[in-house]
Design a protein around this ligand. Structure first.
Ligand SMILES: NC(=O)c1ccc[n+]([C@@H]2O[C@H](COP(=O)([O-])OP(=O)(O)OC[C@H]3O[C@@H](n4cnc5c(N)ncnc54)[C@H](O)[C@@H]3O)[C@@H](O)[C@H]2O)c1
Length: 272
């Protein structure tokens, strides 16, 4: 295995992307489908899912979608089984769906923000962020492993965040332990599943221009705060993440597992 074609060959692979109807997940779905994989997108937003699947299949890609809330455990089991039934197997799973956690305890302008203060956090909000951003990753890995063990292996790629490593005061508090938990779960799952040929890694993005937080990064004050963290002076575009996603799904990364790969324009370096 030495040529570019062989190292990055994902043709015919059966792929699931959770939260693939927008942003980073859409980029994962596109790069896999553009390179010949068969992709099923799970997303809670039926309208966006329909639109993205229509746009992608118009480009002749092998893509379909299922409306799935990743927090709905019985539905997740069913949706994984439907992909295995249709594609015959599951090779690559991107556990990507996630939500923002609202404002942090500081504003981008450097003021205290009472809305994000710990004593004012809404308990249901805390539970929802932990459920979607952490517990759903557990559910996703569980069903991925269940199927991959039957076929001799696969790749699980989880979207974590640089928030797993540093504390960002302008980001809502529950986001921090959720992503830190995701990174630790990835390492633990890599330990458990390596013997079965299942490689588990995390992609840890810095700020990317997506629809998260209602497109918060498009707001000039927020945008400036995040842009100024980057060593290359800009927020990431979902296109920027495609190379890393393809690498982690392809034969080229056959000896990589339990890793958390940071993709942040150097933001973490400036912040630590
Ligand atoms: N954009 C960033 O700056 C950034 C940085 C670090 C990490 N991340 C992570 O990247 C991942 C993708 O976020 P994004 O920025 O592309 O956001 P996005 O809002 O553009 O896309 C997220 C997608 O997930 C879907 N989704 C949300 N809740 C769901 C649920 N319960 N079940 C199924 N689908 C659900 C949404 O409908 C949407 O299509 C998240 O895990 C996020 O935490 C994003």
């Amino acid at each position: 295995m030495a040529t570019l074609d062989q190292m990055f060959d994902v043709r015919g692979k059966s792929v699931i992307v959770t939260g693939g109807a927008s942003g980073i997940g859409r980029a994962y779905a596109e790069v896999m489908a553009d390179n010949g994989a068969r992709v099923c997108i799970f997303d809670i937003d039926a309208g966006s899912l329909d639109q993205v699947v229509a746009e992608m299949t118009a480009g002749n890609r092998d893509v379909w979608g299922q409306v799935v809330n990743v927090a709905d455990r019985p539905r997740m089991a069913e949706a994984f089984d439907a992909v295995a039934e249709k594609h015959g197997r599951i090779d690559v799973v991107f556990a990507n769906a996630g939500i923002d956690a609202g404002p942090g305890f500081m504003t981008p302008e450097g003021e205290r923000n009472p809305e994000g203060a710990i004593e004012n956090l809404d308990d249901d909000h805390w539970d929802k962020v932990i459920t979607v951003n952490l517990s759903s990753v557990y559910t996703t890995i569980k069903h991925a492993a269940r199927h991959m063990k039957q076929t001799g292996g696969g790749r699980i790629i989880v979207t974590s965040s640089i928030a797993a490593r540093i504390n960002e005061s302008i980001v809502g508090t529950p986001y921090m332990p959720a992503k830190a938990g995701v990174d630790h779960l990835v390492r633990h799952m890599a330990m458990e599943l390596g013997a079965f040929g299942i490689l588990v890694n995390a992609i840890c993005p810095g700020p990317f221009m997506t629809n998260i937080a209602g497109g918060r990064l498009k707001n000039p004050a927020d945008r400036k705060a995040f842009e100024s963290q980057s060593l290359i002076g800009r927020i990431g575009d979902p296109e920027d993440i495609k190379g890393l996603a393809l690498y982690l799904a392809a034969p080229a990364s056959s000896y990589v597992t339990g890793s958390q790969i940071v993709i942040d324009g150097g933001s973490l370096l400036r912040m630590t």
